[in-house]
Design a protein around this ligand. Structure first.
Ligand SMILES: Cc1cc2nc3c(=O)[nH]c(=O)nc-3n(C[C@H](O)[C@H](O)[C@H](O)COP(=O)(O)OP(=O)(O)OC[C@H]3O[C@@H](n4cnc5c(N)ncnc54)[C@H](O)[C@@H]3O)c2cc1C
Length: 294
């Protein structure tokens, strides 16, 4: 299956123009197309007192060659971070490593990345995608965790199942990045209102703070960040996306807290950017303005 941006590439001049216009907005959230641009953005994050979490954009990959390309890119990126003295790590989407087509291929690929991260003394994060992959992603994580304690997985507060998942992960001394969740899920699986999601976020945050393992508070929501600061910051770090709430990031750094910036890069920037645009009305206006001002 082609990704949305591959789809755009395959069309005519009009779609190339459309892609250029969209990229004008998207580049707020992505470092650029190349690994050099990603390293540049990571080094900038380091200069601002943050660690960098690099993500090579790509998801829903069903072509094994594309999966291999992604694995090679991550191995290269981990080496580059080491040789360039970048403080940080990578974060990887399971469907980019083949989860949509072959569970064991995906597990093997994650093991390759986890071994490399261990060899280089780097952390490895696993992103969480739509709910049809949640069970497999957690199973893969717990498998990797057996030999690789410096790994962690994202858990989404909008999912009803997440409390049980966190209990399970804490039992295995795993590490969680707590996010609200970025995909469209039905009420069967997810809380419907913002308030319910925020309440559950806080509930899960307390579980993590009491749980004893390292965890990451990955949100731009000032109220939840304040609550996290009052709970237990010895064992956690704050993570935010590139291009969002830079002043808040600096404030947390100046308070002596651990902060990481999640920096995506690569040619498959469209699905990621669409999720960022949808998250906020003001971003839709930004997009509309950019299209009008071409
Ligand atoms: C480091 C990191 C890793 C993530 N990994 C995953 C993952 O693996 N799986 C997953 O499903 N989701 C992931 N997410 C995305 C997450 O689920 C949310 O979709 C996203 O963080 C927006 O929710 P919020 O917690 O910031 O809260 P919101 O309630 O959406 O936002 C709170 C405030 O933050 C600001 N803000 C939020 N989004 C934007 C934006 N796009 N543009 C400008 N301002 C904004 C606004 O001021 C807003 O009022 C990740 C997020 C972060 C920070």
């Amino acid at each position: 299956m082609a990704t949305a941006s591959q789809g755009l590439h395959s069309h005519s001049y009009d779609s190339t123009l459309m892609e250029r216009l969209l990229f004008r907005v998207a580049k707020k959230w992505v470092a650029g197309y190349s690994s050099e641009e990603a390293i540049g953005a990571a080094s900038d994050a380091n200069r601002r007192g943050m660690s960098a979490i690099l993500n090579f954009l790509g998801e829903d990959t069903t072509d094994k060659n594309q999966v291999e390309i992604a694995v090679k890119e991550y191995l290269l990126m981990m080496d580059l971070m080491k040789t360039q003295g970048i403080r940080g790590c990578v974060s990887v989407k399971p469907t980019q490593l083949g989860l949509a087509v072959d569970y064991s291929m995906c597990l093997q690929n994650f093991l390759v990345l986890a071994r490399k991260a261990k060899e280089l003394g780097q952390f490895l994060w696993i992103d969480m995608e739509s709910v049809k992959f949640t069970e497999d992603t957690i199973t893969i994580y717990l498998e990797i965790l057996k030999d690789h304690p410096m790994t962690g997985v994202a858990v989404q507060a909008y999912l009803r199942r997440s409390g049980a998942d966190i209990i399970h992960i804490i039992e295995h001394e795993g590490k969680v990045r707590l996010v609200k969740g970025a995909y469209h899920e039905s009420e069967e699986y997810a809380f419907a209102t913002r308030q319910q999601v925020d309440d559950n976020y806080l509930h899960l945050l307390k579980m993590l703070a009491d749980g004893g393992s390292f965890f990451a508070v990955a949100t731009h929501d000032g109220k939840l960040i304040d609550k996290a600061i009052n709970l237990n910051t010895d064992n956690c770090e704050f993570q935010m996306l590139m291009g969002i709430r830079d002043e808040l990031k600096s404030k947390l750094v100046s308070m002596g807290l651990q902060v990481s910036e999640y920096i995506p890069y690569g040619s498959q920037w469209l699905p990621y950017s669409v999720r960022r645009i949808r998250e906020r009305k003001r971003n839709i206006l930004l997009l509309a303005r950019s299209l009008v001002q071409q």
